[in-house]
Write a protein that binds this ligand. Structure first.
Ligand code: ZN
Length: 188
């Protein structure tokens, strides 16, 4: 059920950044030192990515009532400066698109601090010694919690933690708004 509520787009997005025909063209043009072709291919890749992000964000907004995302940090994930900037720019663009499209469609959109969501067991709430950590942990796709024995898919576990954090964040904001409203009512 949480799948219909939750969006954890990082790995889906990373998958979308995989090599395309245009990127192969770019490699050929760069090796041939054809500056004009390199420039044209760069523009083609940027347009294609933007178009994909528009379609993807539209699909997500059309298919979900609530969208939660983690505040992904690419510094520790991408190996090169270029990869980092490409991912940062793409992720930033996707979040902006989701934000205004959700706003327009009347859908809740929340960004939450996703620190430790990969490492924490979504069943018992503990960070066990064997959970994926740091860059080395990126290779670990499945793991079982040393504390409670629950089996986890890395992304699904992180998504469940992000969902729990998001719901808690929404509840806190709602209670704060209610308290402010009640206080303002009392002083009138
Ligand atoms: Zn556990």
């Amino acid at each position: 059920m949480w799948r219909s509520l939750l969006l954890y787009v990082l790995f889906d997005y990373l998958h979308r950044c995989s090599t395309t025909t245009s990127e192969a063209d770019l490699g050929i043009a760069q090796r041939a030192k054809n500056k004009k072709r390199v420039k044209v291919t760069h523009a083609k890749i940027a347009n294609k990515r933007k178009d994909d992000l528009h379609k993807y964000s539209r699909k997500l907004v059309d298919e979900n009532a609530v969208i939660f995302v983690g505040n992904v940090n690419f510094k520790g994930l991408a190996k090169t400066k270029l990869a980092k900037s490409v991912l940062d720019a793409g992720w930033g663009m996707l979040k902006t698109m989701l934000d205004y499209k959700c706003d327009h469609a009347g859908i809740v959109f929340e960004e939450v601090n996703e620190a430790y969501t990969t490492q924490t067991c979504s069943c018992c709430g503990v960070i066990p010694a064997n959970s994926p950590k740091g860059r080395a942990g990126l290779r670990i796709r499945e793991w079982s919690c040393a504390e409670c024995g629950a089996m986890h898919d890395r992304d699904v576990n992180a998504a469940k933690n992000i969902l729990a954090l998001s719901v808690a964040q929404c509840m806190t904001e709602m209670l704060m708004r209610q308290r402010t409203f009640l206080r303002s009512g009392m002083t009138v």
